[in-house]
Ligand binder design. Structure first.
Ligand code: ADP
Ligand code: ASP
Ligand code: MG
Length: 420
């Protein structure tokens, strides 16, 4: 007998038929002799609809009230799933984030879990009940309801798994696992058997929406093994863990060049022209942005001419208004001649633990883009990834071409994903 934490996303809970399907899945796990905690998201696109409603009644959002509103989505799900399970004859209890002991900081709409007090969860499990917990929400130590940011139910599931020392955290979703790229965009994408935490963290941060990046970080820190799989069939999904090789059949790490291709449509590029080339200027610009919690991504500074140079950087699309607002007064004080903003861009990236030891990986990515006559606006690299900013309209073609270039569409070449 083990402890299993399961998480079902909104797409797995869209309507009564799917809720009953989830109920059967949960019961199955319990009947196999496990203690089960199931974490659920809001049904279908409920969270999007609630956000839309909120913006329709008020121009200026109160973050506290937004949390009050958004947390209702998951509360509907826990009650409905618990009702369905009870109706099938099993002992079950639903718990909100607060009842499940999920303590967060006070940052409304983007709260971080500080601590989980698993007493209530353990008590209910020990009484033989299946526990259904609301994902995405928690409570502050002064009893304010908070939410964890979009996709936050993944974080709840991993955090509960860590607190209960669960044997596995199963993430059920509408695809069969983690693929070499988004299978909804590229049908040739292949399901990966195992992905390391580091690779998954990069893929998720670079746009692979199948897991929330912070949940992967949390899983790595607490060594929680994730199994990403489908809610609609029983096939094995993808295991996310520290090491790719745990059996005798082990292949050499160096053989894995590129694990996957990710894309992010939610990015925009800011250009600053004729920035004075003197110490402290970059510090001034990026400190002003970080003070307002703006996460700046790629930064490129061009060659100096006449004591000036150009700087461009990217940030999430939803932060761009705020970036422009912050930059306006700064341009005058610093003496920048022009600011441009391009929202019509996307970021495509390759990720792979074996990239660092394989020269020519970045060049092959650029070749794939060149073959499609796709222009690269910005490039950034790290040990485990290469990212390019391109025109948004060319994203699908870019991902398809890069995916093919690294042979990611060929099952038998997974471990030997050499460049063509
Ligand atoms: P849930 O509602 O279960 O939380 P999400 O929509 O958050 O589901 O995540 C699943 C989606 O992630 C898939 O439908 C798929 O389109 C997208 N996705 C993007 N990149 C990948 C990838 N590399 N592997 C699998 N799915 C991906
Ligand atoms: N319902 C929330 C969202 O849509 C949390 C989640 O689904 O993980 O972002
Ligand atoms: Mg999700």
């Amino acid at each position: 007998m083990g402890i299993v934490v399961q998480k079902f996303g909104g797409s797995s809970l869209d309507g009564p038929k799917k809720i009953k399907n989830v109920a059967r899945r949960v019961i199955e796990c319990s009947k196999a002799g496990n203690q089960v905690v199931t974490v659920v998201s809001a049904l279908g696109d409920t969270t999007d609809k609630l956000i839309e409603l909120g913006t329709q009644v008020a121009e200026c959002q109160s973050r506290r009230e937004m949390d009050m509103l958004l947390s209702t989505g998951e509360q509907v799900s826990i009650a409905l799933l618990a009702m369905a399970i009870k109706d099938m004859g099993y002992e079950v209890i639903s718990l909100t984030g607060a009842q499940a002991g999920i303590l967060t900081d006070k940052t409304h709409t983007k709260a971080k879990i500080i601590e989980i007090n698993p007493e209530r969860l353990s008590k209910e499990l020990d009484e033989g009940k299946i526990v259904i917990t609301a994902g995405f929400q928690g409570i502050t130590n002064d009893n304010e309801i908070t939410t964890l940011g979009r996709g936050g139910s993944d974080i709840t599931a991993v955090a509960i798994s860590a607190a209960l020392r669960a044997d596995v955290c199963e993430i059920f979703t509408d695809v069969e696992g983690v693929y070499t790229t988004d299978p909804r965009m590229i049908p040739e994408a292949r399901k990966l058997a195992v992905v390391t935490y580091d690779e998954m963290l990069e893929l998720a941060s670079l746009g692979a929406g199948v897991l929330q990046p912070r949940s992967v970080e949390f899983a790595k820190i607490h060594n929680v093994i994730l199994h990403v799989r489908s809610s609609f069939n029983h096939r094995d999904g993808t295991i996310v863990r520290e090491d790719r090789y745990m059996d005798n059949n082990c292949q050499m790490e160096k053989d894995v060049v590129v694990t996957g291709v990710a894309y992010d449509l939610n990015t925009a590029r800011i250009g600053l022209f004729d920035v004075p080339d003197r110490p402290g200027v970059a510090h001034g610009i990026f400190t002003a942005l970080s003070r307002e919690n703006i996460n700046v991504d790629m930064i490129v500074q061009g060659a100096m001419r006449n004591g000036r140079n150009d700087i461009s950087f990217t940030a999430a699309s939803e932060d761009i208004e705020k970036v422009l607002e912050i930059m306006k007064p700064l341009t005058e004080t610093i003496g920048i001649s022009k600011i441009t903003c391009d929202r019509d861009v996307s970021k495509v990236s390759i990720v792979g633990a074996g990239m660092i030891t394989n020269p020519g990986v970045a060049a092959a990515m650029f070749e794939a883009l060149a073959e499609e006559e796709i222009n690269i606006h910005m490039i950034s690299t790290s040990e485990i990834k290469v990212s390019c900013i391109i025109n948004k309209g060319e994203t699908e073609r870019a991902v398809a071409s890069i995916h093919k270039k690294f042979n990611l569409d060929k099952t038998d070449q997974y471990f030997l994903g050499r460049i063509k």
